[in-house]
Design a protein around this ligand. Structure first.
Ligand code: ATP
Length: 349
């Protein structure tokens, strides 16, 4: 088990900054998710922790060792990748056993450890098969078992679910969550999928363009995004963001007026609110605008409306029906509103 400490980590290639001054303490047993769009620096951060990428600046500590100069094999961490990395000519059993052979774990422990790891990911029926005779989900479970069998200090997982179809992704995600509950091994998990991040993480690190945007629990990040990037990245749909201006606690933009905001700011701002915090107004609404589209989701109906040049999503009851072009009146409680600085995107209220 191990705490992992990243101290002022940067990665540069010539003038290009892949990761910029990343600082974080990852607690022993924590499940930490690095989340961000393609190219934001998540994989590079992970590869630096694994020792697969040199660090331009900073220090990485695993437990009480500074590991900057340690070879990947000496860092006592197991990695799981999206491309399972199995040996095609070995059986499932031999694939899972392989790390024990490499690490010269005494032979008499092998069988018990392989069977224990296989049981954790329900692979017992497939132990004599070769990877070619397995489904994608089964192959990823072999990769997980091979990581587990070593009983490492930490797991690093880089988009392990991205090659699986939607249904399998959900069940394998649950399996990873259950594994972490059982093993309690420190885990760093990279994904660009915010639902994976929300469901798996103890804490999420949201990254963009090499920079950490916010670190927090899934609910902190959802309820109080630090800036418009995080607000627009987390949630399905993401937070509605509407430009306008605020004065004396009143936000206005074309088709929208919200009173009672706590803001003491005056001038241009971006208003944020979530689709599920808006409701149909009984009388006059805070938003009055024509409906752009009506989508039936099953458990709810999603309206889109164009407000101040932006399409905003409003989640209403599943039996609500309306025609495109009709005007709808929407209520948004002031307490559910977020305000961001319009030029920097930083949260101001
Ligand atoms: P993805 O989700 O697409 O894997 P990512 O967030 O993991 O994206 P990284 O792979 O960490 O992103 O890459 C971060 C940035 O660094 C990208 O802009 C990438 O093009 C750049 N980069 C990565 N490796 C190198 C390299 N060897 N030389 C130069 N630039 C690189």
């Amino acid at each position: 088990m191990a705490q992992i400490r990243l101290k002022n980590i940067s990665k540069r290639w010539n003038n290009f900054v892949g990761v910029d001054n990343f600082n974080l303490d990852i607690a022993d047993r924590e499940f930490l998710v690095l989340l961000g769009p393609s190219g934001c620096g998540k994989t590079t951060t992970m590869r630096m922790i694994a020792g697969l990428e040199d660090i331009t600046e900073g220090e990485i500590w695993i437990g009480d060792r500074m590991v900057n100069k340690l070879e990947p094999k000496d860092r006592d961490i197991s990695m799981v990748f999206q491309s399972y990395g199995l040996y095609p000519n070995m059986t499932v059993y031999e694939n899972i056993r392989f790390p024990l052979k490499v690490r010269k774990v005494p032979q008499d422990q092998h069988h018990e450890r392989v069977m224990k790891a296989a049981a954790m990911v329900e692979l017992e029926p497939f132990l004599e098969r070769r990877p070619a005779a397995l489904s994608g989900g089964q192959r990823q479970r072999v990769a997980l078992a091979r990581a587990i069998v070593r009983e490492p200090n930490a797991f690093l997982m880089d988009e392990p679910l991205s090659n699986l179809d939607a249904k399998l992704r959900v069940s394998t995600r649950a399996q990873i969550k259950n594994l972490h509950h059982t093993l309690k091994t420190t885990t760093i998990y990279v994904t660009h999928d915010q639902i994976e991040a929300m469901t798996l993480a103890d804490r999420v690190v949201v990254m963009n363009k090499g920079l950490v945007q916010q670190v927090g629990t899934p609910m902190e990040i959802y309820d109080r995004p630090a800036n418009t990037f995080v607000a627009g990245f987390i949630g399905s749909p993401a937070m509605n963001l509407v430009p306008g201006s605020v004065e004396n606690g009143v936000f206005t933009a074309q088709g929208i007026r919200i009173e009672g905001l706590p803001s003491t700011t005056k001038g241009p701002v971006t208003l944020g609110f979530r689709a599920e915090d808006a409701t149909l107004a009984q009388g006059q609404g805070q938003i009055e605008a024509p409906i752009y589209s009506v989508e039936l989701l099953g458990e709810a109906t999603m309206l889109s409306m164009r407000v101040a040049g932006e399409l905003v999503s409003i989640k209403v009851a599943k039996d609500y029906r309306a025609e495109i072009g009709e005007t709808a009146a929407i209520a948004i409680p002031a307490a559910a509103c977020h305000l961001f600085d319009q030029s920097t995107g930083t949260r101001i209220g």
